[in-house]
Design a binder for this molecule. Sequence first.
Ligand SMILES: [Zn+2]
Length: 196
Amino acid sequence: MANLQQLILRTDISGMPLEWVHYQTAVRLYYTHQVAYTCGTTLMRVQGGINAKTGLRSQLELNSIIATYGSKQDLFGETYVPPLSNPTLFKRDDHLCLYCGEHFPSAELSRDHVKPIVKGGKDRWNNVVTACKVCNSRKGGRTPEEAGMPLLAIPFQPTYVEYIYLQGRSILADQMEFLSAHFPRGSSLRERCLAN
Ligand SMILES: [Zn+2]
């Protein structure tokens, strides 16, 4: 039985990843003739309507990756800033506290501002890291230098495609390979994807 929760990766006509869609959306894209071609593996077969002429029921195969007409080039420019949220921030940092280096479940993690807000630091990807609550309160309103707590990694702003990866749940191997091919050179997320 197909897993109906499995998300499908939608790309533009050039194969640039755009978003995750549920199978219902994918079906709608097929029936409105917006699917240009498919990649990846067949996830499921869904029954369509009965053809009035032939009396046969149509069948649709849904793939893990679908390319649709049109282009969203504006999303891939230097100016795109993905929304900052704790779940995507924690995933960016692999649920690792960037001060003590231990892994924690989300409930024990927090968003730390490297340069504290009270000192003029901004709530931006480049100034926030995942920190366990213990380290965060120990650091308090100080910079890493002031607190004597050096960062284990430099915070970065994900590109659009990296952000799609960070949003994903139970990403399939073929989708992962497809996405990581669009990561920037030297992306730390790529190393993690290859390791998994
Ligand atoms: Zn910690």
